[in-house]
Design a protein around this ligand. Structure first.
Ligand code: GDP
Length: 443
């Protein structure tokens, strides 16, 4: 696909800065570079110092570093120019004004450079998503996962599966048009073992405990307990640590407070809920209902009680799951230490005195690291991927080697299409390419 218009935008952050980068992409990029500098464009990929001039009175707007990337060896696959300007609002406004005056030039829409990169085959959809995640990453694990996806780690897996299926499909289609009498049981029976193996790989890939999605979105850790046991104090104590991600606005509702945190490089949202107690008050009951609902779908629950009544109260004991935590707070108030049960993940605390918090944090960090382990196989990162893979697996499940080739081919075709939607490479030409490349039909 080729675009006729040339797009431009500020590629670096807004505001005053040492340097601001404006990116221009499209067929007119070289012309606007030469127009603004009054010189022929420098050699590709050579950073060159140039004055940029106003077209109206030839006054200098800025002295900037310019770089030309000749298409297709550029981010978008088109001619791309980068202007490294001094990062002040007046300079930026003047450069934008100049650019708007060149024929076919217009400001880029959100994501449009990446969209062009995709359209020109510079990256597939999963790589484009990885790039988006990388820009948004707030923790180390998020950045690592995003970078791997941007570099094609997921795309290669799906593309590998897809091309294996395309090859099976090509054999089936050829058999429909030119039946192969030599293959007992037909081509469908011959490709069945491959299809079964692939289905297993996809199902294994799907049963990942939503690891990749949770690295993107964060694990939910909910603090539960009766009013006044010290839940908010714990949240505040945790939030004051370096771990709290301050750049993110805490989503605050009347009865649920969330603090995004970075635990050992992994994103976690700590949630403080309304105190759980049975109540006749309608509003309070609603708060409790929401807290219970939130707790039930959280990844980890921290049940907080106090040292004078350390057992989990009946009204929310049903929410306790394996791997959850029990925190017994206010140990400073009792002379005798609470009975040392040997339950795993039982932490005596005094949030007020700052006691026991380090041990709790250390355990949480280890727990989160184990749950979201980045060192494992690449994990899918979006519901979109999951839905397409489930669709693909369902189509492969329907496939049966004893089917008529036409029906067998249809299931494989649906499976191929589902995978193609993930990477954005749905293309019937592929099937034709394999047929003609592999089979020498018409010989
Ligand atoms: P929440 O209703 O469960 O969120 O409880 P808060 O965090 O608001 O705390 C209730 C009261 O208990 C406050 O007065 C806190 O100062 C107090 N508190 C919290 N942690 C401790 C602790 O470790 N020891 C003592 N003695 N008091 C605490």
């Amino acid at each position: 696909m080729s675009f006729t218009d040339t797009i431009y935008a500020l590629a670096s952050g807004r505001g005053r800065a040492g340097v601001a980068v404006v990116r221009i992409s499209g067929p007119g990029a070289v012309a606007s570079l030469e127009g603004m500098t009054g010189k022929t464009a420098p050699d590709p990929r050579v950073a060159s110092l140039r004055n940029l001039y106003r077209s109206s009175n030839k006054s200098v707007i800025d002295q900037s570093l310019v770089i030309l990337f000749k298409g297709p060896e550029s981010f978008t696959g088109e001619d791309v120019v980068e202007l490294h300007l001094h990062g002040g609002p007046a300079i930026l406004a003047a450069v934008m004004e100049e650019l708007s005056g060149f024929p076919g030039h217009r400001p880029a829409m959100p994501g449009e450079f990446t969209r062009r990169a995709f359209e020109h085959g510079k990256m597939d959809l999963t790589e484009a998503e990885g790039l988006g995640d990388l820009v948004n990453a707030e923790t180390e694990a998020q950045a690592t996962q995003a970078l791997r996806q941007m570099q094609g780690e997921l795309g290669r897996i799906y593309e590998g599966w897809r091309s294996a299926l395309v090859s099976s499909l090509a054999h089936l289609e050829a058999d429909i048009d030119f039946p192969d009498e030599d293959l007992p049981g037909g081509v469908a029976a011959a490709v069945a073992p491959k299809v079964a193996l692939l289905k297993k790989e996809i199902i294994d890939h799907l049963s990942d405990g939503h690891r990749g999605e949770k690295i993107r979105e964060g694990l939910d850790v909910v603090i539960l307990g009766r009013p006044n046991v010290g839940k908010s104090s714990l949240l505040n104590a945790l939030a004051r640590r370096d771990a709290a991600i301050v750049s993110d606005e805490a989503g605050t509702t009347r009865d649920i407070i969330e603090v995004p945190m970075d635990l050992a490089g992994y994103p976690v949202t700590i949630v403080d809920t309304a105190g759980l107690r049975l109540s006749d008050n309608r509003i309070e009951r609603e708060g409790v209902r929401r807290a219970r609902e939130r707790a039930a779908r959280a990844d980890i629950r921290l049940f907080m009680t106090t040292a004078d009544a350390p057992m989990i109260p009946d009204e929310f004991a049903d929410l306790l799951q394996d791997g959850d935590y029990r925190l017994v707070n206010k140990t400073d108030l009792v002379v005798e230490k609470p009975e040392t049960e040997t339950a795993p993940r039982l932490f005596p605390l005094s949030v007020m005195a700052g006691e026991g918090l380090d041990a709790l944090l250390a355990e949480l960090e280890m727990d989160v690291t184990n749950r979201l382990d980045l060192s494992g196989a690449p994990a899918l990162t979006r519901v979109r991927h999951r839905q397409a893979l489930e669709e693909c697996a369902a189509a492969l499940e329907r496939f049966d080697g004893s089917m008529e080739p036409e029906l067998a081919a249809e299931d494989i075709r649906l499976a191929v299409r589902a995978l193609g939607r993930i990477t954005g490479r749905i293309d019937v030409e592929d099937v034709l390419d394999v047929i003609f490349g592999d089979f020498c039909i018409g010989k």
